[in-house]
Structures are given as C-alpha cells and as structure tokens.
Design a binder for this molecule. Structure first.
Ligand SMILES: Nc1ncnc2c1ncn2[C@@H]1O[C@H](COP(=O)(O)OP(=O)(O)OP(=O)(O)O)[C@@H](O)[C@H]1O
Ligand SMILES: Nc1ccn([C@H]2C[C@H](O)[C@@H](COP(=O)(O)O)O2)c(=O)n1
Length: 219
C-alpha cells in the first residue's frame, strides 16, 4: 500500500496504524531524504552512490507500542542513530536540494526498491511512492489537509519536544502532480483529513480495504 500527501497531512500516523491493523511492515521514505540531507549538511560533497548504502532503517514494528510523538522506527547513518537529528530545524533548504536533484532521487529510488522487494507486504509512505516507486500497489491513499491545519498539527506535535523543525510549507508542485496522477488510478482513495480525526481516516481506509476483492489483502 502507498500513502502520499504533503507535510503533516498525517501519512505517518495513518501508515503506522494501518501497518499495525494489517500486521505489515511500515516504511517512511522521507527518512532517507532526511538522513541524506543531514549528512550533506555536515559534509557538503555528493558521493551519490556511497551515501545511500550508509543509510540503514530499523523499521517500525507493529508489535511494539509507540510512545507519544516519538517514532519507534530508527534511521542510522554509518551506524549512528541520527533519527532525532534529521528532524532538526534548519535542514529544510538541504532537503529541498536533495529532493529536487534527479541524481539523488535515482540513488534513493534504487535503495528503496531493494527494501520494497524484500518486503512484499508493506505500507510505504512518502511523496511520489505511488507514481514512482510502487505504482502496482494494491491500494494508493492520497491524503490531504489544509495548510493552516497542517501547521497547527505540527506545532502541537512538537510543542514539548526540543530541537524539532515545525516548518510546514504549502503543498509542493510534486504533491499536486502526484494527487492529479492518483485521481487517474483506479485503486486509489483520496481523503481530505482537514476536518477528519485520525481514527476516522483509518476507518475510511480499512473500509476501502474491506471492499477490495476477497483475498487481495491478507489479514
Ligand atoms: N486526521 C488527523 N487529525 C488530527 N491530527 C492528526 C491527524 N492525522 C495526523 N495528525 C497529527 O498531526 C501530526 C502530523 O502527523 P504525521 O506526522 O503523521 O504527518 P506526516 O504527513 O507523516 O508528516 P511528514 O510529512 O512530516 O512526514 C501528528 O501529531 C499527528 O498525531
Ligand atoms: N518519497 C519521498 C519522500 C520524501 N521526499 C522529500 C519531501 C520532503 O522535502 C522531505 C522529507 O519528507 P517528509 O518526511 O516531510 O515526508 O523529503 C520526497 O521528495 N520523496
């Protein structure tokens, strides 16, 4: 399954809840972009192929409880747990450069393809995962939420956490292109979560899964 949507639209929240309900792997591709951006900010040169190999994800497990705003999945760079550092303020410019660079995107896509191949049952989160990484997924979710609500959510999420970026910008051209592409794909569901609580978003997706032909999703 794939979940796309702009920053703070609720992709991770929905993805972890779905992975828990369906007992699948969960993988947030944004963590790779963030880990590479963090590494580039420390050491600004671009050994495109080597750095993706230095990134290692320790995936979220549905069997472990998640505490508050924290993620239970971790991302390592050259063996160091950098999960808390990659959400630091000030990395936005670097993130934009990595996300807009086709050479980085190619390397990151190859790294993500290996993960997808190793996990046939997976909930994949991130921009363009539906159109680029896994167009053949059983179900694509396009999640949306208004800018003001997304900003409020992010501020509330990190209100008591030190060293986290709360910057939330408008939906990007990539977000909008992806949403338009998803509208043409038959096995996709579009949800505007602006006024929907997270539980209602999860329920709507689970209902859609129930409607899929019998046996499409093993539970
Ligand atoms: N439907 C919802 N209603 C209200 N709050 C929500 C909803 N979905 C998620 N949230 C809250 O909004 C915050 C951001 O959600 P989340 O981290 O899942 O977004 P995201 O799309 O994964 O963000 P990012 O793009 O930065 O990875 C969290 O605090 C989460 O609890
Ligand atoms: N598949 C992806 C995942 C992420 N990005 C970009 C978008 C953001 O600039 C950054 C971090 O993503 P987030 O954690 O906010 O979802 O990485 C992308 O271009 N493609």
């Amino acid at each position: 399954m794939t979940i796309d949507g702009p920053t703070a639209s609720g992709k991770t929240t929905l993805g972890m809840a779905l992975a828990t309900a369906l007992r699948t792997a969960f993988f947030d591709t944004g963590l790779t972009f963030r880990a590479i951006s963090y590494a580039l900010a420390q050491q600004p040169f671009e050994p495109y192929d080597g750095w993706c190999k230095a990134v290692e994800h320790q995936p979220f497990s549905w069997a472990e409880p998640v505490a508050g705003a924290e993620r239970s999945e971790r991302v390592l760079f050259h063996g160091e747990d950098v999960t808390d550092k990659i959400f630091a303020p000030g990395l936005e410019r670097q993130l934009g450069l990595v996300a807009a660079n086709p050479l980085w995107r190619d390397q990151i896509r190859n790294y993500h393809r290996d993960i997808v191949e190793a996990n046939p049952s997976i909930v994949l989160v991130g921009r363009d995962v539906a159109t680029d990484l896994l167009p053949s997924a059983t179900l694509h979710v396009a999640l949306w939420a208004g800018l003001t609500v997304r900003r409020e959510r992010r501020r509330a999420q990190y209100r008591d956490v030190i060293g986290r970026s709360t910057a939330v910008g408008p939906a990007t051209a990539l977000d909008i292109r992806t949403l338009e592409a998803l509208r043409t794909m038959p096995n996709s569901i579009e949800l505007d979560s602006t006024f929907l609580p997270a539980t209602a978003v999860l329920r709507a997706v689970l209902r859609k899964i129930e409607d899929l032909p019998h046996g499409t999703v093993r539970r």
